[in-house]
Design a protein around this ligand. Structure first.
Ligand code: AHR
Length: 500
């Protein structure tokens, strides 16, 4: 099988907002407790932050982390997590039916974010709380001094404001599972009023309104329109969430279908963009709403186990999906989908980061990387600069849900500041090698910096034994062409220095 990718530096999708490589830490399961925070663990610092986990996250180069939820936030009182730890209340977490000790809260998270080198994407509770709790949190975090909440922050040890820029107006408010679920009108109105108060405290912040928690929800479409009708002028982004699962056992046709799920994400994104722009036109405004895909991943492996987990535990093993190789291939394609939509998707959070549906897992002794860690690490580190429109020429296949899935999924990014082009390419063909050729227009290949492939594993194999890793890929080049053989079911990355 042959495939070509044409790369033209003047054929640009968008400058990439690196926040599309964000992730998510929810106060859920072992994400925080036994994950990023474990006082007494051998690598933990004096504040209980695990240094081995911080080092692992740094490899992923995560620019922004959403916190503290997720469903958790819709029943959370942020004031429980500040001040002296010995008087913080232990509460029932109604979202996950767990025990929340509140030993980890806002200050601990911001300290951790600083150590990781990431920014906060802070969510406020619009499920069971409302306008003033949200505005007070902005005041606590961002107001310099001389007011009740800002002085309380200083009294709690943080003199300088945190200046958190990105804020989520609640979480999945369309979902029947959400504590404090609302109708689209109720939520849109509340989001608008909360936004007004939060912006009154700090008008430099950016706000994300809740879109649909899934394209499958019956309210999808009407929800977006009604919500934006209410709050368009006061928000910057609309969220969308999407999770995938594989339900076909060993059926190769189902694997074909699973590997085409990036088409579903692409359709979802384009659908939400269309609704945002329809509201824009009806409002006769020049303002454009962009998207925050603030939860996305594969999530299904742990469902049966979670149904059996006893409630009211501290740090229970919840949502601990163990990812296999086919999941890593899907994640690679989903990451490329973010790049292909980078003109409108400006924030995206792989949900989540540690232990809970996560690329990084911990034991009391150390950390291990899931299969999905590898494509995420590569795109996050090297998918920089400008996303170039992929002109791919390759055969397609038909699957149960998708009429035409290209056997090759590919996109290139161009980082002009480093004279570097990075090509991501995935061969979805289960049996055939692809003779892959990248043709560069108006750019000369000077040197191959790095070429890797991720392949050769059983699609159902996971990385609990630590045997997975990137292998080198042979490439040949001349002035305008880069050639490589892409193995069946492989994720590949080629980085080259270029000149004009
Ligand atoms: O990421 C796990 C959960 O998925 C989040 O808490 C919720 O927002 C979504 O349903």
């Amino acid at each position: 099988m042959k495939a070509t990718l044409k790369v033209d530096p003047s054929n640009q999708i968008s400058k990439i907002d690196e926040r599309i490589y964000g992730s998510f830490i929810e106060q859920l399961g072992r994400a925080v407790y036994e994950g990023i925070y474990q006082p007494g663990q051998s690598t933990a610092d004096k504040n209980g932050l695990r240094r081995d986990v911080i080092d692992a996250i740094k490899k992923l180069n995560v620019p922004i982390v959403r916190y503290p939820g997720g469903n958790f936030v819709s029943q959370y009182k942020w004031e429980d997590g500040i001040g002296p730890k010995d008087v913080r209340p232990t509460r029932l977490d109604l979202a996950w039916r767990s025990i929340e000790t509140n030993q980890f809260g806002l200050h601990e998270f911001m300290n951790w974010a600083d150590k990781v080198g990431t920014k906060a994407d802070m969510a406020v509770n619009l499920g069971t709380r409302g306008i003033m709790a949200a505005a007070n949190l902005v005041e606590y975090c961002n107001f310099p001094k001389g007011s009740y909440w800002s002085d309380l922050r200083r009294q709690n040890g943080q003199e300088q404001p945190y200046n958190i820029k990105t804020w989520c107006l609640g979480n999945e408010m369309d979902g029947p599972w959400e504590i404090g679920q609302k109708t689209a009108y109720e939520y849109g109105h509340l989001a608008n009023e909360a936004a007004k108060a939060m912006l009154a405290v700090d008008d430099s912040i950016e706000l994300v309104a809740c879109g649909s928690s899934s394209m499958d929800n019956p309210t999808f479409g009407d929800w977006e329109k009604t919500v934006l009708d209410q709050c368009y002028d006061n928000v910057d982004y609309l969220s969308l969430h999407r999770y995938y699962g594989f339900y076909g056992d060993d059926d190769p046709n189902e694997l074909d279908n699973y590997l085409g799920k990036n088409i579903d994400l692409d359709e979802f994104i384009k659908g939400v963009v269309a609704i945002c722009d329809a509201v824009k036109a009806r409002k006769r405004t020049k303002k454009t709403i962009n998207l925050s895909l603030d939860e996305w991943n594969v999530w299904y492996h742990s469902n049966d186990q979670d149904a059996k987990t006893a409630p009211w535990q501290t740090a229970p093993h919840l949502l601990e999906d163990v990812y296999n190789f086919e999941d890593a291939l899907l994640i690679g394609s989903l990451l490329m989908t973010l790049l292909k939509n980078s003109d409108r998707v400006k924030i995206a959070c792989l949900a989540q980061l540690v232990n809970v549906i996560a690329p990084i897992m911990t034991t009391d002794q150390g950390v291990w990387f899931q299969s999905i860690f590898y494509p995420y690490m590569q795109v996050s580190n090297y998918g920089k600069g400008i996303a170039l429109t992929p002109e791919v020429d390759v055969a397609t296949y038909k699957s149960r849900e998708f009429d035409a899935v290209p056997y090759l999924d590919s996109i290139a990014t161009y980082d002009q500041s480093q004279d570097e082009v990075t090509i991501f390419a995935e061969n979805k063909n289960q049996t055939e090698v692809i003779d892959f050729s990248t043709l560069l227009r108006d750019l000369n290949v000077k040197k191959v910096i790095e070429a890797t492939q991720f392949y050769g594993y059983d699609v159902k194999a996971d990385n609990r034994d630590g045997k997975m890793g990137l292998q080198s890929l042979d490439v040949s080049t001349d002035d305008h062409e880069i050639k490589a053989k892409l193995q069946p079911l492989s994720w590949n990355m080629i980085r080259v220095h270029v000149s004009k």
